[in-house]
Design a protein. Structure first.
Length: 320
């Protein structure tokens, strides 16, 4: 029995730049299980945010999806007409973007954002009904009703993020894509927002794709973790297996470079070198210029993502 709500097959996204074609997402296949929190991690530029945008066909120009499929309950989102896709966005699959300050219209009150959302999916909604439903959503997020008539600039960063999450869940979606939802927040507000997302997951039976560069965030919140490097998946496993025994050298490097006060060695490790140029990537495994475990085969072609004891890894150390 297939328990996946999203199935991504061989998805590729390219950006045309003056210097050439950028391989932002390269032949990615990934399943998302119903009711789980899937952590999607990697350095800046690894393609994780582009993958999230591609699921809803929101990749901005000059980017374009060049191949692949995204199946939502068996329906290929990449083949839907615009009208049908618009019905799925927000109602079935929602997205929380990195910076709510740039996502909320500064000229519209909070209530106007909710009115626009509800009316776009149900034009017959009455003003009273929209107001009642919106205030109930905000109350669930800890925002008092009197803030309903405020403009975005009157709210703190944490409150703006709560409002944006409220807009994302207002239509009771099945899947929530949260792209770096705590990037611009201090650590205390970050903890509150993540606690809120977990609460909403339980109450609404949400499936969440949590996109982040912060290994501490996925350690506390993800059920499974998918690691991206240079537009490709390099490892997918449960949280326990990723943190207990990372297989890919890049995953291992990410974990070692994260602060951990339980370590005896307090000096932070780091991954040497720089992420590859996605216009002219290196031959062979894309991580090989930075990898201390590389050998001759790593210099010829990028390894496929293979099953190793019930988890996925793209590394010649384990076959392929």
């Amino acid at each position: 029995m297939n328990d996946s709500i999203l199935e991504i097959y061989e998805l590729s996204v390219r950006y045309q730049s003056p210097a050439g074609l950028v391989r932002a997402v390269d032949n990615v296949s990934l399943s998302v299980k119903k009711g789980e929190v899937l952590g999607l991690v990697g350095e800046s530029g690894s393609g994780k945010s582009t993958l999230g945008l591609a699921i809803l066909r929101l990749v901005p120009p000059p980017g374009r999806i060049v191949s692949g499929s995204v199946l939502y309950n068996g329906l290929d989102l990449l083949k839907l007409g615009d009208e049908m896709l618009q019905k799925i966005r927000g109602r079935e699959i929602s997205m929380v973007f990195q910076d709510p300050s740039s996502s909320l219209n500064p000229l519209m009150k909070i209530k106007d954002h909710f009115v626009e959302l509800f009316r776009s999916h149900d034009p017959s909604s009455s003003k009273k009904d929209i107001e009642e439903r919106s205030i109930e959503v905000l109350r669930r997020l800890g925002i008092p009703p009197e803030r309903f008539n405020d403009y975005p600039h009157q709210l703190s960063g944490g409150m703006k993020q709560r409002v944006y999450i409220g807009l994302a869940i207002a239509l009771n979606p099945k899947v929530l894509i949260a792209d770096e939802p705590t990037t611009a927040l201090d650590v205390l507000i970050e903890a509150q927002i993540l606690k809120l997302l977990n609460k909403l997951k339980r109450e609404l039976n949400l499936t969440i794709i949590l996109i982040t560069h912060n290994m501490g965030v996925v350690a506390e919140n993800a059920d499974r973790i998918a690691v991206m490097y240079a537009g490709k998946l390099v490892e997918v496993a449960s949280r326990e297996r990723i943190f207990g025994e990372p297989l890919h050298p890049y995953t291992n490097g990410l974990l070692k470079s994260a602060p951990n006060f339980l370590r005896k060695e307090r000096k932070l490790a780091y991954i040497p070198g720089e992420p590859p140029d996605l216009i002219s990537p290196p031959a062979g495994c894309l991580f090989n210029p930075r990898c201390s475990s590389r050998f001759d085969k790593c210099l010829t072609r990028h390894p496929p993502l293979i099953d190793v004891g019930g988890r996925l890894v793209a590394c010649y150390l384990y076959g392929g």
